[in-house]
Ligand binder design. Structure first.
Ligand SMILES: [Mn+2]
Length: 336
């Protein structure tokens, strides 16, 4: 057993339930979407009603190959009172689900049993059963271990879905969150029939032309504030390129690899401010701490927050981050 006590509690909760709601976060990524779909497939053939809901944001088009992806619904369309078990996946806290998150969690707690399965260090343990494993590179890594505990056989479709979440969160097993166990779990999924070719092509190679046009413009606007490299995506840029916001997701990782940058930020212009996504390449800068200064959170090398206000708030953010990431011991000048 990988998670003896949590797996037993989750098994019991599922057995007791008649209708299950699976929920994941806003601006969904591969791990969020794959977590829902994998859990859904694992319950296939089951007599229970199972619905899947996501916080606001576009489902990335490159995940279109995943089975049952068209069954995903927006959280706003869900009547949570219909469900007696609600499972939050890949969501560190209720706000991560979006503006409706806290109301949803409150309603879920009033009517249903609530389970929280996640790998974020910043998870607030908001559920009745919390299966949290910050050592896991992806929620789909936890789910693979959980499904094994529950005795669910991995079909090629489930394996492909779980592998999608792992590949997505590890950028193809390349992030420092990738552990020996991540590789072992991946090997298990591959042997169970995961279509790795399809996943790697869909996540990392094939992209629409609109993405290239958006990237060209966003990279063209890239600039430094101190050692922070950053750029912005606006509504105008999206309409000029014909891209949707999710097509900009990889830009911040790309920026983080720039020599001389200690952290990278992507600012998504919103009517009331910005959504910010941050990355760092090395151990020296913990972007979850930086995001925390602006009421955000995440992982040490990938985190996010929101800014509300105008250009002056954006400037305050940029200046604050630049100041925070300045090397603490200044390099002595003209010493040699
Ligand atoms: Mn994740």
């Amino acid at each position: 057993m990988n998670y003896p006590s949590e797996s037993a509690q989750i098994r019991e909760a599922i057995q007791r339930s008649k209708s299950i709601l699976l929920v994941s976060h806003a601006n969904p990524d591969a791990d969020a979407v794959a977590s829902l779909l994998a859990f859904r497939q694992a319950c296939n053939g089951d007599q229970r009603t199972i619905s899947m809901a996501l916080g606001p944001g576009t489902v990335p088009e490159n995940l279109g190959y995943l089975p049952a992806i068209d069954e995903l619904q927006p959280v706003a369309a869900i009547d949570v009172e219909q469900f007696d078990l609600v499972v939050f996946l890949d969501s560190a806290d209720e706000d991560r689900v979006g503006p409706e998150g806290s109301a949803l969690l409150e309603a879920a707690k009033a009517n249903a049993h609530v389970i929280n399965i996640d790998h974020h260090v910043t998870n607030t343990r908001y559920a009745d059963v919390n299966l949290l494993d910050a050592e896991a590179a992806a929620t789909c890594e936890i789910l693979t271990l959980l499904l094994s505990d529950l005795g669910v056989e991995l079909s090629p479709a489930i394996a492909t879905t779980l592998m999608t979440g792992i590949q997505g969160d590890t950028l193809g097993l390349r992030t420092p969150s990738t552990t020996g166990r991540t590789l072992e779990v991946s090997a298990t999924l591959l042997r169970a029939g995961a279509d790795l070719d399809k996943i790697v092509d869909s996540l990392f190679r094939v992209r629409p032309y609109s993405t290239l046009k958006l990237w060209a413009e966003a990279l063209g606007k890239t600039t430094f504030t101190g050692d922070l490299i950053w750029t912005e995506v606006t509504e105008d840029m999206l309409s000029r390129s014909g891209a949707d916001e999710s097509e900009a997701e990889g830009i911040v990782n790309f920026l983080a690899g720039t020599e001389g940058a200690r952290a990278a930020a992507m600012l998504y212009r919103k009517p009331d401010g910005w959504r910010v996504s941050m990355r760092s390449l090395g151990d020296e800068v913990d972007v979850s701490e930086l995001a925390g200064l602006f009421d955000g959170g995440g992982h040490s090398r990938a985190a996010g927050c929101r800014l509300s206000g105008d250009e002056s708030e954006r400037q305050r953010f940029l200046d604050t981050i630049a100041e925070q990431i300045r090397p603490s011991i200044a390099t002595p000048a003209n010493q040699n």
